[in-house]
Design a protein. Structure first.
Length: 241
């Protein structure tokens, strides 16, 4: 089972390891009611998949970046389930999961992105991936920056083919005009938000490579931006790279 709570749309998914496919996924808008409605979301997903909590063998959860509170709520819920059910847990960085949604080819530069905060509509979280042997390998760490600044940095890259995956901000096409003249650019036909199905897929890949649980006590959210309280009072209480 996987949980994704980075943005306003929360989701839960059940992955079937035998068929190597998604069994069920449920989503709802729960930005300010996530704590109250998350148990309901999980139960709906279990019912749709026709399984019970005791049938779950692995719990995966998105670590962000994203909403400071929502990421923390989702992680706390997943950790509680894992410890109560005595099941292994895997924390998945949201950008790693989102990279799986892209149709990128060998040698492409893959750019994953989605909105960072409502107060800055053209600012995005972004990460860069190199496609090697058919797999997206992250280059550097996640960023939070204006989309126009991201595009400017991509112009200096040596890659000739750039693939975007995720959600473009308002006015993105105007910023991309110069980049499209210099390089081949593939844009998402529709917005692709982070989802529990992608988190489940990524967790399953990791489990196949190394079937070892993360430490639920040590597992922490992955933040790029400070929380509103940190920004307001000039303190540091969250973990950022």
């Amino acid at each position: 089972m996987a949980l994704e709570t980075s943005l306003e749309i929360a989701s839960c998914a059940i992955w079937d390891s035998e068929t190597k496919s998604l069994r069920a996924e449920a989503k709802f808008h729960a930005y300010q009611t996530l704590t109250q409605r998350l148990p309901e979301l999980v139960q709906i997903t279990l019912n749709n998949a026709q399984v019970g909590l005791t049938d779950i063998s692995l719990i995966a959860v998105s670590l962000g970046p994203g909403s400071f509170t929502s990421v923390r709520v989702g992680l706390a819920f997943a950790k509680g389930l894992a410890m109560a059910l005595e099941k292994p847990i895997l924390g998945v960085r949201t950008m790693e999961a989102l990279a799986l949604a892209a149709s990128a080819s060998e040698g492409d530069l893959l750019v994953t992105l989605y909105p960072s905060r409502p107060s800055r509509p053209t600012e995005v979280y972004a990460a860069l991936f190199q496609v090697r042997n058919g797999c997206p390998l992250q280059e550097g760490i996640e960023m939070a920056l204006e989309f126009s600044h991201l595009v400017s940095s991509l112009k200096a890259r040596p890659e000739t083919h750039i693939v975007f995956s995720g959600v473009l901000p308002p006015g993105a096409l105007n910023s991309l005009t110069g980049l499209c003249r210099e390089k081949r650019v593939a844009l998402p036909l529709t917005p692709y938000f982070p989802s529990a199905s992608l988190v489940a897929w990524r967790a399953w890949e990791r489990w196949l490579q190394c079937p070892k649980s993360d430490d639920p006590v040590a597992l922490k959210p992955h933040y790029v931006l400070p929380s509103s309280a940190e920004a307001r009072f000039g303190i540091v209480v969250s973990l950022r790279d």
